[in-house]
Write a protein that binds this ligand. Structure first.
Ligand code: TEU
Length: 556
């Protein structure tokens, strides 16, 4: 393994700056707030921080609508604050990964402002414009946030494409000038000493040029993993990523294993790794996010199996449950009432023992839960409020109370509540009124309490991070599901030339018995979420307690 592959044994911590720590009383987090928490992050042991966008932005989509790629949003601080963060992180051995959003820009970006209403603008062709068809939108493609994906420029009577909000106009990657701009943006940040980039919805950048109506879907098949996406990534990679030795993480929307093998083929031609979401659709009823449904355990395991075996030797993936778009996993697949700590740890172990690079989302390490909001006024995310408006007011397909239950399970705001630092007002997040309400449970669940309690989830995550660094089979081992049909246990094996590792996870609150072939060999427990376990010797007859996990290492 070369030094440039540090990320194979690393763990990344994701920060959503708006909700992480406010150094003052604005009610929104900032860069100085992050700096003040670097010691905490160092104690946890993470290798790198991924910051969601901190660039100048009207914040319609909390920074995923960039108005200027070269400056810091004043709400977060200044470029001097940013440089200080970078230096302070480096001095603690922590690297920085920036979020780059180049599928689209904010409609406030000067390129779009110049292009809007002016067919002659030098920036007109930076975006995707189409004439009306029969006086209407050029295609029936749907925005990911609801409604049609085209918006009208009344002055020129042409539509522009926006796969996300109408304030996020898609860039035209067919235009070489756009690709040149992207290279310059990335070089600017790489020159500053950034170690890597997380590329937002990067598999959507190449659209099929026919712009056809989609008779069987929402249009995604015409732009997902599109015709020139690999070519474009290779071009950017050669020009900038390879030059700077950057780690690159591509966020992949509705992708396939075959494409991900190519995106992350370990030849350095495209990306270092992929970040995909298939396992997080295990609680989508018939693939529809906007439903309230229990998760399908067998399907969850089979998705992991497909990706773990498919990427092994052919690519590299991110391992994660939580991010700023996903509900809290302990509320989603665990039990945030009776077994919060135990189930949070068990879930952590179930992805951290796989092959890939783990990502911890702020607050996950202390077992933060969904806030369980009870009124639509508490939600801030445009996707949640749009879907509420569409489903409750326009289509009337669900009642208000049903929609609130769906949002309680699915809203992106579930993960965007302020980080819970301590028992003081606003959970120690801000001295002012937070932009989004803190979860009520912050007096019991907070970082201070977790750091004081040696048996907390915080130390469990700390241990997971260390195990990955010390035990090679966690990085290199082949993966095999030992009990794919089991209805309660997720039990897989990792194996390389010298070791076998068996990770067993009980996803439910019933006790479950199991017979395993581990006796008579040099076997030891290296991890468990029940305190009495680690002293024991592994036996072939096991009884797994509620949400119990055990990891056994066997020398060959
Ligand atoms: O998300 C892309 C994406 O497709 C989702 O995870 C999205 O949140 C989901 O489909 C909604 O149901 C990325 C960012 O992570 C997200 O925060 C941005 O809103 C989005 O791109 C647009 O930039």
């Amino acid at each position: 393994m070369t030094n440039s592959e540090w990320w194979r044994t690393a763990t990344v911590y994701q920060i959503y700056p708006k909700s992480f720590c406010d150094s003052g009383n604005k009610g929104t987090g900032d860069l100085q707030g992050i700096i003040s928490k670097l010691d905490y992050l160092q104690k946890l042991g993470v290798d790198a921080l991924w910051l969601t966008p901190v660039y100048k932005s009207p914040m319609i989509d909390n920074g995923y609508d960039i108005a200027d790629y070269y400056s810091i949003n004043p709400d977060f601080g200044t470029m001097t604050d940013f440089d200080e963060l970078l230096a302070q992180a480096k001095s603690r051995g922590i690297r920085i990964i920036m979020d780059i959003v180049v599928n689209h820009t904010s409609t406030e970006h000067h390129w779009f402002q110049s292009a809007l209403g002016n067919k002659e603008s030098e920036y007109r062709d930076y975006y995707i414009w189409k004439d009306p068809v029969d006086g209407k939108e050029p295609t029936n493609w749907q925005s990911k946030f609801g409604g049609n994906a085209w918006a009208l420029d009344e002055v020129t009577n042409q539509y522009y494409l926006h796969l996300f909000a109408k304030e996020q106009a898609d860039l035209n990657w067919e235009n070489p000038k756009v690709r040149q701009e992207v290279k310059e943006i990335i070089s600017f940040w790489a020159e500053k000493g950034i170690d890597g980039f997380r590329l937002d919805v990067i598999n959507l950048i190449s659209k099929q040029q026919e712009y056809l109506n989609d008779d069987i879907g929402d249009g995604r098949r015409f732009y997902t993993d599109g015709p020139k996406v690999h070519q474009y990534l290779q071009e950017i990679s050669q020009a900038v990523f390879q030059k700077y030795g950057s780690v690159t993480v591509g966020e992949m929307s509705s992708t396939t294993l075959e494409h991900c093998q190519q995106y992350s083929a370990q030849d350095g031609k495209e990306l270092s790794m992929v970040f995909n979401f298939h396992h997080l659709k295990a609680d989508y009823k018939d693939g529809d996010k906007w439903t309230k449904a229990p998760f399908d355990f067998l399907s969850l395991k089979s998705i992991f199996n497909h990706w773990q075996t498919g990427l092994n030797g052919n690519g590299w993936g991110a391992l994660f449950w939580c991010n700023h778009d996903q509900p809290r996993v302990v509320s989603r697949l665990g039990n945030d009432q009776e077994y919060r700590e135990l189930s949070a740890k068990m879930l952590a172990s179930s992805v951290h023992m796989m092959q890939g690079t783990p990502y911890i989302y702020q607050g996950e390490e202390i077992g933060m839960t969904n806030p369980h909001y009870t009124s639509i006024e508490q939600y801030r995310d445009l996707e949640s409020t749009n879907m509420f408006d569409i489903m409750v007011n326009q289509d009337q397909s669900v009642s208000e109370s049903e929609m609130l239950e769906i949002l309680d399970q699915k809203s992106r705001d579930n993960s965007r509540t302020p980080m819970q630092w301590n028992r003081s007002a606003n959970a120690g997040f801000s001295k002012g009124l937070p932009w989004i309400s803190v979860a009520d449970n912050y007096k019991e669940i907070n970082a201070q309490q977790a750091v004081e309690d040696k048996s907390s989830a915080f130390y469990f995550y700390q241990k997971l991070i260390q195990l990955r660094k010390n035990i090679d089979v966690i990085t290199t081992g082949n993966y095999k599901d030992l009990l794919p049909e089991h209805n309660e246990l997720f039990c897989y094996q990792r194996e390389n030339k010298t070791h076998r590792l068996i990770a067993i996870h009980n996803y439910y609150k019933n006790e479950v018995g199991l017979n395993l072939d581990v006796e008579g060999r040099d076997a030891e427990y290296i991890l468990s979420n029940y305190e009495d376990m680690e002293e024991e010797k592994p036996q072939s007859n096991l009884v797994l307690r509620p949400y119990e996990c055990r990891v056994i290492l066997i020398k060959k």
